[in-house]
Design a protein around this ligand. Structure first.
Ligand code: AMP
Length: 146
């Protein structure tokens, strides 16, 4: 198996995510890699109520991004993760995850098989999208649903 140098972990803060993070930390240790945790705040401008698009709320997006920054930092601090940084982006999760992976030259993306959007499915929509769009390897960690 390839020796990965930079692992990008897609964090959705779902309760199932703990298992994904545990496997990511394992992979980081095995590979001696650096790790970046990324969370994408879903662009509120893309939400719809019926036919009427909600007005863009940049302020809300920024506030959610700030909260996510703190949560990612706490995740790193609580586990005393070494060689690990975090990033928060605003947009469509699958596109932002892939874009950040290219920008940061990550050679492995680790993602949960499903989180909030895919409990009935083998692969959630984000995992499926990332698998199709990514130019680097993708490790989808099987998340058990209740
Ligand atoms: P889902 O498409 O919601 O079933 O999520 C599958 C996996 O995609 C999750 O376990 C996360 O690894 C990742 N993911 C989903 N939403 C986000 C998000 N907003 N930011 C970062 N990663 C995400």
């Amino acid at each position: 198996m390839a020796n990965y140098q930079h692992i990008l972990v897609a964090v959705d803060f779902s309760k199932e995510f703990e298992a994904v993070l545990a496997k990511a930390i394992e992979q980081q240790k095995i590979n001696g890699a650096r790790m970046t945790l990324v969370h994408v705040v879903e662009y509120t401008g893309a939400m719809y109520t019926g036919e009427i698009p909600l007005p863009e709320d940049l302020d809300l997006d920024q506030r959610l991004a700030k909260q996510a920054e703190s949560k990612l930092q706490a995740m790193i601090d609580e586990r005393q993760l070494q060689n690990t940084t975090h990033l928060v982006e605003i947009g469509t999760p699958k596109r932002e995850i892939v874009r950040v992976a290219e920008e940061q030259k990550a050679d492995l993306i680790i993602i949960g098989s499903h989180g909030r959007h895919g409990l009935q499915l083998l692969l959630g929509s984000t995992a499926n999208g990332v698998l199709h769009l990514a130019k680097c390897d993708v490790l989808a960690i099987r998340v058990e649903s209740d």
